[in-house]
Design a protein around this ligand. Structure first.
Ligand code: SF4
Length: 650
């Protein structure tokens, strides 16, 4: 790596940028100044936070979590938030040659000048880019090498529910939802800064915040056979386990969204209509870690959309959630949006719909959005496999829904599948091809040769905190054989197939269930050129394999090993509130093809309610989709109640 010169003042950075920007692709990524960006006075603001998405601007600008934090921090009088993204390879090389450190788009300050640098880590293939960001900013990569003169480096996002592989680089992880905790981190930082105390004192204070994990306050132990044993506290005060943070009610949606000059992956207003999912798909990390379900009211969403449309001028809105058709008022919402904004030709995207909840009424409400195609995610093509993964829907239902979609005027159906599920055989893969053809046949009946089926086939990766955290990941050879079968079968008019790189799957699989020893692997891979691992053309699989070899670790230990039901996991000390016992039971149920119904119909006592009983009690009614709870009569309310204390109020 070229050494980046120490931070330079914004005026120098700006002057250097003017020389290099005409020579790089898409300079609009690097200039800031977009509509709705917030620029505060640097010198008079007490705490400065850089929010970083460690991939290019085009992707990072669509990250809703960072947009929310940007808005919340900038609403404070005493703090400012600015943005930074990974420069693309041409820009990075130009910046290193010109000695320009990674800077914020708003004021062109080097990231090393900020008090807090906060990474969004929604997925594991951003890890090497995060190291690259630190290096390019001139911030020591290892947390242990930072002093009181360096920024506090924090990270949040779904990947941090197993923070251990990144433990060496991040000072503090935010586990769970950030809307409240970010304020507590800033408040704690301000008190610490005025106290002139040590960096360790800052870490101790931060560890008192619920939902904050400071890896330096713990050490990991391993068994003689290399398996993880346990996490021990170094500091007696450090909490164990570390409980995730949730907000009891979703705060008002962010409406002052920054409008980029260039095309980004989603050029739309994103409004989260609900958080969490009650379905319990066994492969789904997000569905397990974001419980409980909390919904927004229709009028709150409509008001937010009016504000956001006025502030941005976008023509598309995304009504986001893990399963949008499960939102209790979905028909009412889509109708209200269509009616309210009918004169503006606004298109609505509902990215995730359950097959069994797609009604004719919903299709009618969405009829103005037919050009974008209709997306369904059966995930598996045989009923047996759908029972194993707990997405029970019959093939008849899939075909009936497809027929209704085509007959309501859509010509393209996108079908999402996963391959590599536990117990899967080539017959299950053949069934994917057969189902796609059967759906196309329904389309031909309805709309003739205009009918299309686009099959998107990803590969299952066993994720921590899910019922499938015990299962081995499919091998590269097996994934390739399954993909080849689909490539042979899904050819011809009206059929299109997308698949992903099995090597990228392996990387994500190593890292998602990794332990602290993987920090060294990540560091060596980055040192030897790994970055932009989520980009197929840039993934350096050989470099990663060599990084494993050089540390003496066997990558198949992390991916292809069947874990015993009693095995301790490196992420066991991070609590999502869903009990490991519940996950283990669900895993055993999957082996007998036993399914669970939507937990809005029957609560399975997964652990969420006992953990967050007080929050649920403070928020009665249907904002939460878990049953209401109250303590037993004659029993003093306790902060945490046990499963047997729950009484469902009908
Ligand atoms: S507590 Fe019950 S209703 Fe709530 S998420 Fe868990 S299983 Fe579902």
């Amino acid at each position: 790596m070229h050494e980046v010169k120490p931070a330079r003042i914004p005026e120098e950075i700006q002057a250097s940028l003017e020389r290099i920007l005409p020579k790089v692709q898409k300079p609009g990524r690097y200039i800031g100044g977009e509509l709705n960006q917030v620029v505060k006075d640097w010198n008079s603001t007490r705490t400065r936070v850089a929010l970083v998405f460690p991939d290019i601007y085009d992707l990072g600008m669509s990250n809703l979590g960072l947009a929310i934090l940007y808005d919340l921090i900038n609403q404070r009088q005493d703090a400012l938030a600015e943005r930074a993204y990974s420069p693309w390879v041409d820009m990075e090389s130009a910046m290193r040659s010109a000695g320009i450190p990674l800077y914020s788009l708003e004021t062109k300050h080097s990231l090393s000048e900020f008090d807090i640098v906060g990474f969004s880590l929604p997925y594991e293939t951003l890890y090497t880019n995060s190291l690259n960001v630190l290096d390019l900013a001139g911030i020591p990569i290892f947390s242990s090498e930072r002093t009181t003169h360096h920024p506090l480096v924090i990270a949040g996002g779904h990947a941090t529910f197993n923070p251990e592989p990144m433990h060496a680089f991040i000072d503090a992880f935010v586990i769970g939802e950030g809307e409240e905790v970010i304020h507590e981190i800033i408040d704690t930082y301000q008190i610490w800064k005025e106290s002139n105390s040590s960096r360790l004192a800052l870490m101790d204070s931060l560890s008192n915040i619920v939902g904050v994990y400071i890896p330096a306050l713990y050490e990991a132990r391993y068994l003689p056979d290399g398996k993880f044993d346990q996490i021990n506290r170094i500091s007696e005060e450090a909490p164990l386990p570390i409980m995730k943070r949730i907000v009891s009610q979703l705060p008002s949606p962010t409406t002052r969204l920054i409008v980029p000059y260039i095309d980004t992956v989603h050029n739309r207003i994103p409004i989260e209509i609900m958080r969490g999912c009650t379905r319990g798909c066994r492969f789904c990390h997000a569905g397990m870690v974001t419980r409980p379900v909390r919904e927004r009211k229709v009028n709150e969403i409509i008001t937010a959309l009016e504000e956001a449309l006025a502030l941005t001028g976008y023509e598309e809105i995304g009504l986001l959630s893990l399963s949008s058709s499960d939102y209790s008022y979905i028909i009412e919402l889509v109708k209200a949006v269509s009616e309210r904004f009918s004169d503006r030709h606004i298109s609505i995207s509902l990215p995730s719909l359950r097959i069994e909840t797609v009604s004719v009424e919903l299709m009618n409400a969405l009829k103005d959005n037919r050009r974008s195609g209709f997306t369904l995610a059966p995930e598996a093509a045989t009923e047996k496999m759908r029972e194993i993964i707990n997405k029970p829907v019959s093939t008849d239902q899939v075909l009936k829904t497809a027929r209704a979609i085509y007959s309501n005027g859509w010509t393209t159906i996108k079908l999402y599948f996963m391959i590599g599920h536990p117990s899967e055989t080539l017959d299950d893969i053949q069934a994917i091809a057969d189902l796609c053809k059967a759906v196309l046949a329904e389309g031909r009946d309805m709309v003739g040769f205009r009918a299309k089926v686009h099959a998107g086939v990803s590969t299952f990766i066993p994720k921590p905190h899910t019922p499938f955290q015990w299962v081995p990941c499919d091998s590269v050879e097996s994934i390739r054989a399954k993909q080849d079968l689909l490539k042979r079968q899904l050819r011809g008019k009206g059929l299109k197939l997308n698949w992903n790189n099995p090597e990228e799957t392996m990387l994500e699989a190593w890292l998602s269930r990794g332990d602290r020893r993987l920090s060294e692997v990540i560091y060596r891979a980055w040192e030897n050129g790994a970055k932009f691992d989520a980009w197929q053309d840039h993934l350096k699989y050989r470099v990663w394999r060599e990084a494993f070899d050089s540390t003496g670790l066997d990558f198949s230990f992390y991916t292809h090993r069947h874990r015993h039901i009693d095995e301790s996991f490196p992420w066991d000390h991070i609590s999502t509130s869903v009990r490991k016992k519940f996950l283990a039971e669900d895993y055993l149920w999957s082996q007998g093809s036993q399914t669970r119904v939507d937990c809005r119909d029957r609560c399975f006592a997964c652990g969420v309610l006992p953990t967050f009983a007080d929050l649920r009690r403070e928020n009665p009614g249907d904002i939460w989709q878990c049953p209401e709870v109250k303590p037993r009569r004659n029993k003093a309310p306790s902060k945490t109640i046990h499963v047997e204390d729950i009484r469902v109020i009908s």
